[in-house]
Design a protein around this ligand. Sequence first.
Ligand code: SAM
Length: 292
Amino acid sequence: MRNNEDNMFHLMSKYQIKTVQSLGQNFLKDKNTAMKIIDAADLTQEDLVIEVGMGAGSLSKIIASKCRKLVGIEIDKKLIPLLKDYLNDCDNVEIIHEDVLKVDIIKDILEKNREFKSYKVIANLPYYITTAVIMKFLQCSEPPALSVLMMQREVADRILAGPGTKTYGGLSVIVNYYCDTVRVANVSPDCFVPKPDVNSTVLKFIKNSSQKVQVKDKELFFKIVKASFAQRRKKVTNSLANTLYLDITREDVEAILVDMGLDVQVRAERLSIEQFAQIADSIYHKLGQEKN
Ligand code: SAM
């Protein structure tokens, strides 16, 4: 009997699949890593799972055996017959040939699966759209309860970083606003076929049961975080006062920082998520007062 890896290579040759680099096709061949991903997802027979980028199905078959329903999204038409063949003994799998970034795709999947109260996401992400996919799921109207995602190590490090570190940035703050993140495993290029040029990391994202920070205006909070980090070396006062879509002066920002007991020279990389929330709420009040 063939093991998973042999099976994958056999099917790839049967369907004459050549991996496409521009679609981020680095297929996972290492069974240990696959099991770490699956274990981290704590799957039960009640779960609905969405898999992004099924590839040749190396994760899909294991996921399907451990959950109630798997909905997999794969953009590459050539892989669909292979996936149907490989997964033909799994009657709980739906394969959607689509771009995961298509508007409303998550909403449409959830509409069709209303018997499930929540869902999980598992993916060995195509690296060229890593942050777009993460943000899409986090910011949709019904975010997943839990996600286990493989990504480029550098992106994972940015997500996990805390204030005062080199990799801390807007992505760390925004992801942290929505969920807690844990490193599951670092993965070497040898675990994939073909080998990627970068190292990978699997992260687990757990939706906050209670919001970590409360802000008056979420969009304003995100704008402030993004503007503050737009030029890392700049002081927050300069970054925010020079932002077209924020009608505030450097003096306003300085007054807010002083009120918070912060140095007016502070740079974004020093500010915690709680401090960003406080700045955002103060600006919200300030803008409100000016309107009245
Ligand atoms: N899950 C498989 C595995 O672990 O071996 C494949 C992972 S591979 C890194 C990423 C997969 O995502 C590829 O199969 C690729 O075709 C697919 N993909 C790339 N862009 C996509 C998109 N915009 N929407 C859906 N799938 C996409």
